[in-house]
Design a protein around this ligand. Structure first.
Ligand SMILES: [Zn+2]
Length: 313
């Protein structure tokens, strides 16, 4: 399997219209990528400018960041043309996308949708978020370093400019190449531009620490909270077997729910479930189950008690 490490530059208008009033908030103006083979050796590269169709004026921040020369973008081809060339370049062999941060794959699909291109997929797409992996690698899980800081920290040579699609893809690839297989094994991210629509397409990520489920989309919130399967607390070490509840699901704001369970073999498990709304207006949930301690369970119990008291008053 190949790795397509890519990066986008986009332009954003600055006229203060709310993003919900817009069909396209970020217009892609450059696509850059590096292709790695399964040994993570660079075997090819891609870099093309896109001539803007939606926002003719490039906002000053983008201009400054990208150091665009006057008229440079006009030399680019239209998005559809560049995108088709990019997909052709990606090739017919299996590949997985890699990017710095979680946003690029979403914006790529949003731009494709805007131009009514055939979607990359109609379900969640697995990818490697190299920014997240880098955080885990340096023992700062959850930190989101910017690319240049990461390159400095890793002691890489800065031999191409930053803030251009090719350069950023190249550095992301350099950082990715150094990652251990073990780290990559259980750390896929999923782009949720298209959420799962069937039970079969639901996303399950299990590693020694957590068990994550991204459910299929449903019409009403109630369809989630009344679903046994979606609300089950499972022990992943016992092979997804539901366990006895210790604290039943409760919520302080109807968006995040908490619960806890107990597996006689593997101990306490706490659950956190977030209900989200997709771009298409459906509800879906992200459920995270984590092994925990008795003290932690006690805290959850107290939280629930306190909440019940305040709602009664
Ligand atoms: Zn168990």
């Amino acid at each position: 399997m190949n790795y397509i490490v890519f990066d986008l530059e986009w332009n954003q208008p600055m006229d203060g219209k709310k993003s919900s009033e817009r069909k396209l908030l970020f217009e892609i103006i450059e696509i850059g990528a590096v292709k790695l083979n399964e040994d993570k050796k660079i075997i090819d590269s891609f870099c093309e400018l896109v001539c803007p169709q939606v926002y003719q004026e490039i906002n000053w921040h983008t201009k400054k960041m990208l150091q665009l020369k006057k008229g440079e973008l006009k030399q680019g081809k239209k998005f559809k043309t560049v995108m088709n060339r990019f997909l052709k370049w990606c090739g017919t062999e299996d590949y997985i996308f890699c990017s710095w941060g979680p946003q690029d794959l979403t914006e790529l699909q949003r731009n494709m949708q805007y131009y009514r291109m055939e979607p990359l997929s109609n379900k969640p797409i697995p990818f490697y978020n190299v920014q997240k992996l880098f955080g885990i690698q340096i023992g700062e899980e959850g930190s989101a370093k910017n690319l240049e800081a990461a390159v400095e920290l890793a002691g890489l040579k800065k031999d191409v400019p930053f803030h251009r699609a090719y350069g950023d893809a190249y550095y992301t690839a350099k950082l990715f190449m150094r990652m251990e297989e073990d780290l990559l094994k259980n750390h896929y991210s999923y782009d949720l531009y298209h959420i799962p629509h069937t039970k079969k397409d639901e996303v399950r990520i299990s590693n020694e620490k957590e068990n994550i489920l991204i459910t299929r989309g449903v019409a009403k919130k109630m369809d989630i909270t009344t679903s046994r399967q979606m609300m089950a607390i499972n022990c992943m070490k016992c092979g997804q077997k539901p366990v006895r509840a210790k604290v039943r699901w409760f919520s302080s704001n109807n968006k995040i729910l908490y619960a806890a369970g107990y597996c006689p073999k593997h101990g306490y498990i706490k659950g956190k479930l977030k209900i989200r709304k997709s771009e298409q207006g459906e509800y879906y949930a992200e459920k995270v189950l984590t092994y925990t301690t008795e003290e932690e369970i006690q805290k959850i119990k107290e939280k629930k008690k306190l909440l019940q008291k305040t709602t009664k008053n």
